[in-house]
Design a protein around this ligand. Structure first.
Ligand code: ZN
Length: 659
């Protein structure tokens, strides 16, 4: 493990203890082998005047909800050390009281909640205290002779503390141990099955001790552990696997009672692990470090190609039994869905209510697999027993971390695909679906679409008349997000005005290819995935021209009318699968690339109207915008229309030819 300490960077911060604390905290946070996603915590003890000018000894400790990789000075909660020392003297303290008294001891009431480990940090006398869940250390201690190995590696340079529930009990255990030890001879504390503490009177010493001790653990593993067995990798790219992934995500969403996104990891390490015969048994022993349990749950679901839904059901059943074994009357069971699955001979799949959550779980699973294989080579993977992990999973302070998450947006966990998404209606639909929580794949023939690279709005260049490209884009959506729930068939063109007798056949053919045939292909390619979607729906952007055609637009109107008929047949064919198909008929939407100011001017003139009159020539005198269509799309995709299929909805400000 490399030290990331840089003398030049540190020199600029010299003299400012808190800035140096921020600096080395971030160095720790940058290494995923040390901490992952909010794991670990750090502190510094500073003497400074309070508001009244009285000198105070203060512990600046990582605030709850902050990540070491990105923490700032304001992410540290300043708690009066005297308060923490007095709390440490209690024999027992319940979590709520501990948190309440720590908050009461804050120098700044606007600061975040202090880490639940604040008392532990306070009782270590050194100025700087660093705590991580280093993979190498945890992997060693999660093996049958973990303690013996730790002693062999570090000798008397570390205190070894058997697993104790984090929070007050752990702080108390450390407090007692420290009182009996000579800390001057000690560089760190190893918490079995949990992690490592180092400390020092300056930021550099504490940080470098962390790097050195963890490096020694890594060297021990490299020397002692035989290389893990490497079975032949299994191809995850066998035909049809995307449908199975969608099926798995659907089963997990059903078990969770809400839409979940899914990320498959089929990297060589994961496919190799998924291929070994004992993988299922290894993946169901427990998690790497206890605070992962709220992200990954205790164990994985085990699924196979021919046991996808059954594997998830089995997991849910086992989870209920696990809850029943350990619960007391106060607890409410969390949803019984897995947060990751071992897909035998394929890889691992991580699930989350959002893509970000699924990605966090995927990272943790990745580190867990490595630790499992290392510990297995040390004589066996032996994580904490079920009862300890249950206590952690249902610990109110951990649950609070999850509950502090923002309110769930309407399309959280949902996956959408929008065609013609670079501008106009398609862009508005893609962005509104994204804003409302969906992960969106945005297809367009404009290559600029690929610049859309947000986590939850990703652009793919696609000519929808190229069937192979379209099919691949549909599959790619499933590969990236795990399934497909909402499709907005929007791509279309408005050919130049042309009377039937003057029709150029290429204009006619092109209109049919884009406005009609591409939508049939899109349905064809997406139905196998929609069938495994969550409240799946196909929304077609039709046109006011369908119920109220105008002269000169035969190529457009005929194609849109046929598209509407296609959607009606689709509604009939797909109702049995629970897939809803509905059509929106917008009147001219002027905020699209089609309607340049010149075109508008010309059209308005031909009706003898001003541009404004032309834009609002409907019963409500309302201009129809892309945004209006996007709102209708979201309404159709949401619960208000969950019992509606085969409908055609006008979005035209009221048209007396239609009414
Ligand atoms: Zn910890």
């Amino acid at each position: 493990m490399q030290s990331l300490w840089n003398d030049d960077e540190a020199r600029e911060l010299a003299g400012d203890r808190l800035k140096l604390r921020v600096y080395t905290s971030r160095l720790l946070g940058r290494d995923p082998d040390l901490v992952l996603h909010g794991g670990g915590n750090t502190s510094v003890k500073i003497t400074e005047p309070d508001f009244f000018g009285e000198s105070q000894d203060v512990l600046y400790v990582k605030g709850s909800g902050w990540d070491l990789a990105t923490i700032e000075a304001s992410g540290f909660a300043p708690v009066k050390l005297a308060v923490l020392h007095r709390l440490a003297k209690f024999d027992a303290l319940d979590d709520r009281t501990m948190m309440r008294e720590m908050r009461a001891g804050l120098l700044n009431p606007a600061a975040p909640d202090p880490s639940v480990e604040a008392i532990l940090h306070a009782v270590i006398p050194a100025k700087y205290v660093d705590h991580t869940h280093a993979d190498a250390v945890v992997a060693i201690t999660n093996s049958p002779e973990g303690e013996k190995h730790i002693r062999a590696i570090y000798g008397e340079r570390v205190l070894i503390v058997p697993y104790v529930m984090p929070g007050f009990p752990l702080a108390k255990a450390i407090y007692e141990r420290i009182r009996q030890s000579d800390l001057a001879k000690i560089e760190g504390i190893i918490l079995l099955n949990h992690g490592i503490f180092t400390f020092g009177d300056d930021a550099h010493t504490s940080y470098e001790r962390m790097i050195r001790l963890v490096t020694e653990a890594e060297q021990f593993l490299a020397k002692t552990a035989p290389p893990p067995r490497v079975p032949a990798p299994q191809p995850a790219t066998r035909p049809g696997w995307e449908v199975k992934l969608a099926q798995l995500r659907q089963a997990v969403s059903h078990a969770a009672g809400k839409a979940m996104m899914a990320r498959l990891d089929a990297s060589p390490e994961h496919t190799q692990f998924a291929a070994i015969p004992e993988a299922a048994e290894l993946a169901t022993r427990g998690c790497l470090t206890p605070d992962h349990v709220i992200r990954t749950k205790r164990i994985a679901a085990i699924v196979q190609d021919d046991r996808i839904a059954a594997g998830v059901e089995q997991y849910a059943q086992d989870y209920r039994a696990y809850f029943a074994r350990h619960t007391d009357v106060r607890l409410t069971m969390l949803d019984p869905a897995p947060r990751w699955a071992l897909w035998q001979n394929t890889g691992t799949v991580s699930f989350g209510e959002t893509l970000a959550a699924a990605n966090i779980t995927a990272d943790i699973v990745d580190h867990t697999l490595r630790a499992i294989r290392l510990a297995d080579s040390l004589g066996g993977w032996r994580p904490l027993p079920e009862a300890d992990l249950f206590r952690m999973e249902y610990w109110e302070l951990e649950q609070a971390k999850l509950k502090s998450a923002k309110m769930r947006p309407p399309f959280a966990g949902k996956i959408a695909l929008v065609t013609g998404a670079h501008s106009g209606i398609g862009k508005a639909c893609a962005e509104l679906l994204q804003q409302q929580g969906a992960a969106v794949m945005a297809l367009d023939i404009n290559p600029a679409i690929i610049t859309r690279r947000e986590a939850t709005l990703q652009g793919i260049f696609c000519d929808v008349t190229d069937s192979a490209a379209l099919e691949d884009a549909v599959q790619e959506t499933v590969r990236r997000f795990g399934g497909l729930d909402i499709i907005v068939g929007n791509a279309g063109i408005f050919p130049p005005s042309m009377r039937i007798e003057d029709m150029q056949s290429e204009q006619w053919d092109r209109s049919l290819a884009i406005n009609l045939t591409s939508h049939q292909r899109l349905m064809q390619f997406s139905i196998p995935y929609l069938r495994h979607g969550i409240d799946p729906t196909f929304i077609v952007i039709g046109s006011k021209n369908v119920p109220a055609p105008g002269p000169g637009a035969a190529a457009y109107s005929a194609a849109k009318a046929a598209l509407t008929q296609l959607a009606r047949v689709a509604a009939l064919e797909l109702a049995g699968d629970g897939i809803r198909v509905n059509v929106i008929h917008p009147d001219a939407v002027f905020d699209t690339a089609l309607w340049t100011p010149e075109v508008l001017e010309k059209r308005a003139k031909s009706y003898g109207l001003s541009v404004q009159e032309y834009k609002t020539k409907n019963l409500l005198h309302a201009e129809i915008t892309s945004h209006d269509v996007a709102h209708m799309v979201c309404a159709l995709a949401g619960p208000a229309f969950s019992r509606t299929t085969g409908a055609q909805i006008p979005l035209d400000g009221g048209n007396d030819r239609v009414i």
